[in-house]
Design a protein around this ligand. Structure first.
Ligand code: ADP
Ligand code: MG
Length: 702
């Protein structure tokens, strides 16, 4: 790389440093007040910012601007407008007004709205989110100034994932501040959520990718027999990174750094061809935008390297799928991480209160957390012994679990277990200080030192829903706690009692053992923890009485918005399975069955030819193979007919819960029925006639 990293970092972002350079001091201060304290934005300030932003972007080659938003599809959307406007001289002016900066009007009827918008009521608005910096995006179309925005309907309802996230951040800030004040921290005026999302993905050869309709249309392989080698040798995880992948990562990092994304860690993951990237954490809202950009840019950079980047949660059956670990903590405007236990957590009462609040929130709203990590792809992972189970529990580790036990048993915690020293027995190695707690890779919601790691989110999903949910459920408990404590005569006594009462009541959510074991499933059932085994089973959680009350109280989502989201979820599930089923039908009909027929014909011809040449010759091998193949072919055809029939029936059901359940309970298993004989056929049919690249080709030819 020719450029120095410090020179390129953030050059495509209209960030604070750039604003300080380009804006008059008073405008800058006013804008910062809006960003930091949520104060209303003066239209005159917007006018000056728009002009400065435009000049900066044009200087860097931009011709267009776009309001960049995050509709309920879970990905991003943009509509480009150029800066040009006609000048009286016949030439053009480059213009961008404050109004254009703060408000856009995309047609809302073409985005999922769950019934909020009928086709004839098209109006929707995008509103500038000044808390996330504008940036430049370069592609074949040129350079575009992208303005992060929220997206809502003419009637005011949120049509996107950013609006509820921003609302939830306000909610948790409000109530966390109340708690901090009770502890005497009068300088705390706001609390923000820090999020770092680790992103897993696969890279496969693009030529191979393009030959597979299933990857192309659905993002995952719908057929494919296991190769002789999978991930059993554990030789890929943290293995040295191959040249082609390394050059992809190098270019990706540069692109991300230019956008001010703190790309930090990269390594090979557990499955062959699987990798991970993690940026350093930042504010939840920006982290969400950044994660969208990371996914977008990964796909683009992959193409430049002859690769395809697969973000699907389960691109290959039989090898690990991909997830996204959402690392979450809350930090005050004075810079204190409220989840930092310190060396002696048993003495850190404020930390213990926040911890108990989180335990209670997760216990009360496990169903909502489960839903926030649900999509059709993640149904293949959660509970399938590779990702966290579908049961929500919290891992605290030895030290905190012990503090909790002391609190529950004796009413007071008097000690914290310490980590001690790591002894390797080799004198030349440095003596290392051990953490007080080991890691647990099987927990869906794990405390990892000074943050929680929500490990269920799917790799292709926006992290907005997960963070909106965590923020809101924690805000709700903090709000109740603040209500109770603000009334107390003796704060110390009251807080002590509250912590003890809360952890005692919600201790069932804590689980420090192996989340992948069958014993845990039984234990969780005994504890009464929900085990929602699929996305469609999780969707109703959004509109329970408890959920409606929760989201309404904190102004995160109204009942109407919740109901519309439920519709969107069912619809998106049905659509995804429908596309998968139709792709399978097409591939079986037009690729696999013809290939197998060709193979059986060759076998039959061979038998006849051999018999003609030598009537006494033994053709039992060909004959057996022909029988086996023909039997599997007949099975495949029968399964195909069933799948076609069920898919048609599904299409005739009205969109919504019933249709989604039919897809889940009838169509989805029928897909497996078709896959089984075809995958068996793949293992016996001549590789030369097999019409698509195999798992071996895809996973090891990178
Ligand atoms: P691991 O998952 O192996 O523990 P790291 O500790 O490096 O990896 O962190 C993973 C992610 O968590 C990174 O994105 C990192 O920036 C983020 N992270 C670290 N500390 C915090 C924190 N206090 N709040 C939120 N995210 C954090
Ligand atoms: Mg992690």
């Amino acid at each position: 790389m020719a450029e120095k990293l410090t020179d390129i970092f953030g050059i495509d972002v209209f960030d604070e440093a750039t604003m300080m350079e380009c804006l008059p001091k008073r405008t800058f201060e006013a804008l910062k007040k809006t960003i930091k304290n949520g104060e209303d934005l003066d239209p005159q300030v917007a006018e000056i910012v728009a002009n400065a932003m435009k000049d900066w972007a044009i200087d860097r080659g931009a011709t267009h601007y776009t309001h960049w938003f995050q509709p309920m599809t879970g990905i991003t959307a943009e509509k480009h407008d150029s800066f040009i406007s006609p000048a009286p001289s016949g030439k053009i002016l480059m213009e961008f007004s404050g109004k254009e900066l703060i408000k856009g009007e995309p047609d809302a009827s073409s985005f999922p709205s769950g019934g909020l918008r009928a086709t004839f009521e098209a109006r929707g608005y995008t509103a500038w989110d000044c808390t996330s910096p504008a940036f430049l995006k370069e592609d074949a179309a040129g350079v575009t100034l992208c303005i992060p925005t929220a997206f809502c309907a003419y009637t005011g309802e949120a049509l996107d994932k950013k609006t509820p996230l921003l609302r939830s951040m306000e909610a948790i800030s409000k109530h966390a501040v109340r708690i901090c004040k009770l502890f005497g921290h009068s300088d705390v005026t706001s609390v923000s959520c820090s999020v770092g999302a680790e992103q897993e993905y696969f890279l496969v050869d693009r030529e191979n990718y393009l030959k597979r309709d299933d990857l192309l249309f659905t993002g995952r392989t719908l057929f494919g027999a296991m190769p002789p080698k999978g991930q059993e040798l554990d030789d890929h995880y943290f293995g040295s990174i191959r040249e082609r992948i390394a050059s992809f990562m190098k270019e990706l990092n540069v692109e991300l750094w230019k956008l001010g994304i703190l790309a930090k860690t990269q390594h090979n993951e557990a499955a062959p061809a699987q990798h991970e990237i993690a940026p350093i954490y930042t504010t939840a809202n920006i982290a969400t935008d950044h994660n969208q950009l990371i996914m977008d840019i990964m796909k683009k950079v992959a193409i430049r390297h002859g690769l395809a980047c697969l973000l699907h949660e389960k691109p290959f059956a039989g090898v690990n799928g991909s997830g996204k670990h959402d690392n979450w903590s809350i930090v005050t405007n004075t810079g204190k991480n409220l989840l930092e236990p310190g060396k002696t957590p048993h003495e850190n009462v404020q930390f213990l209160l926040f911890l108990s609040a989180i335990l209670k929130a997760v216990d009360l709203h496990a169903d909502l957390l489960r839903l926030s990590a649900s999509n059709p792809g993640n149904d293949h992972r959660l509970g399938a012994n590779e990702a966290p189970p579908a049961i929500i529990s919290v891992f605290l580790g030895e030290q905190l679990a012990d503090v909790l036990t002391q609190l529950i048993e004796t009413g007071a915690a008097t000690s914290s277990k310490q980590g001690g020293r790591l002894r390797t027995g080799v004198h030349t190695l440095p003596e290392l200080k051990k953490d007080a707690t080991d890691r647990n890779r099987t927990s869906p919601f794990a405390f990892t030192g000074n943050k929680f790691e929500f490990r269920m989110v799917g790799s292709s999903m926006s992290i907005a829903d997960a963070n909106t949910t965590v923020n809101t459920i924690v805000a709700d408990v903090l709000s109740d706690m603040a209500d109770e404590l603000e009334k107390a005569d003796d704060f110390d006594l009251a807080v002590h009692d509250l912590i003890k009462k809360t952890v005692t009541k919600h201790q069932r959510i804590v689980f420090n053992g192996n989340g992948y074991s069958d014993a845990w499933v039984e234990e969780a059932e005994r504890r009464g923890l929900p085990n929602l085994n699929s996305m469609v089973a999780a969707v109703p959680a959004l509109v329970t009485e408890k959920a409606i009350k929760l989201f309404d109280k904190h102004h995160v989502l109204t009942t109407t918005e919740l109901k519309s989201r439920v519709e969107v979820l069912y619809e998106s599930y049905s659509k995804a399975i429908n596309i998968e089923a139709k792709t399978m039908i097409e591939m079986a009909n037009r690729m696999f069955i013809p290939a197998v027929i060709k193979f059986t014909t060759t076998l039959a011809n061979s038998i006849n030819a051999v018999k003609t040449a030598v009537p006494t010759a033994d053709v039992s091998v060909q004959a057996d193979l022909l029988t086996e193949t023909s039997t599997l072919l007949a099975q495949a055809k029968a399964a195909l007919n069933n799948l076609s029939k069920y898919t048609k029936t599904a299409a005739s059901i009205e969109e919504g819960e019933e249709q989604a359940n039919y897809f889940r309970n009838v169509v989805f298993p029928a897909m497996d029925e078709l896959r089984t004989p075809i995958d068996l056929l793949e293992t016996i049919v001549d590789k030369e006639v097999w019409p698509v690249p195999t798992y071996g080709d895809l996973l090891f030819e990178v």
